[in-house]
Design a protein around this ligand. Sequence first.
Ligand code: GDP
Ligand code: ZN
Length: 372
Amino acid sequence: MKRKQIDRKKRSLTRPRNWEALADTAFSRDLSRHRRALAKLPEASVQRALGSLPESFEPNGVVVSHTKKWAFVQFFRSPEGLDGRREQLCLVDERLPEGEESLLAPGDEVYVEREGDEFVVRGIAPRRSRLCRLAGPHERVSVQVLAANVDLLAVVASTTQPPFRAGLVDRFLIAAAVGGVRPILVVNKTDLAPMPAEVETLYRSIGVPVFETSCVTGAGIDALREHLRGQTCVLAGHSGVGKSSILNALDPNLKVITQEVTPDGRGRHTTTLARLYLLREDIRIIDTPGIRTLGLWNITRDDLMFYFAEIAEQAAGCRFRNCTHTHEPDCAVKEAVREGVIAAQRYASYQRILASLESEDQITPGRIRPKE
Ligand code: GDP
Ligand code: ZN
């Protein structure tokens, strides 16, 4: 018995990347908190008849993190006999209907009722916006909602370690547009290397606010905090760029665990559940591991151009109405790239993403398994 446990521990150390499968054994601050809280609850029988679901309700809390059966909820209005400042572990009513989208996501507004010693999520408010990825073929829902009711998507990149990757930034910008979420770009680690000047001009010119930050010197953190006030924001970006460090810099009370960067400049994978952080000054930030494998949800090849506003603008001048701006003659977009009206870097992203949509279409129509 004891031996078995040790073996299991070893395995979880040697394969840290498989976080979903190992969620029960891998250590993280959030998971350990989950386990501690779960152990405290009485054996709740979910089969028990719980009464009927309310037809209409006023949400009284927001989902901080969740598993299939449980959700941590932070209340806005504290139900009777409850400390409103504390996160409360709640049972999710089994009869809540699961549709196309996942039932719960961090950021969901919910209605919780008290039942004796237990709290039960009885209603989920319609989502105002969502960031999604398509689920795999063996998952129950086809659209996995990574975060709900999001106002902003902060694409976090670093000037170096890992190096700035424009292609990834562009993919995240599209995901933001698809989810109806305003994007911002945060370029971190400016103490190690300056941000390339063209990056700033490029993204400002397409209407994306750019923030330069350093978690070491604290530069730019106040400006970022100012912009995030009163908003719900998802952090997206390559592992190791400094997302956890930015959270800590925005609110030092959080003490989110950060990770060391390996000598080749890549970050290690940390295992955490998706989670909403409530910061001071009414800032809500969702950090989700799922966002790292975010695919382009619901985009067709013909649509892609409309997520590159500067390309769509020029396309009216193309000779062919269905021009893909790749091989066609008399293409106004290619002309604009030559003249420098459209940044070569953005056009390159467009081409790459178009090509990836093509190959994904051929393999599994309608069921895109995204790759980065
Ligand atoms: P995450 O994977 O995006 O959450 O990245 P972390 O916040 O865990 O940071 C990865 C590594 O980069 C850690 O070793 C941090 O100390 C380091 N780091 C984060 N921000 C900065 C920064 O602004 N400057 C420097 N020099 N290092 C940073
Ligand atoms: Zn064209």
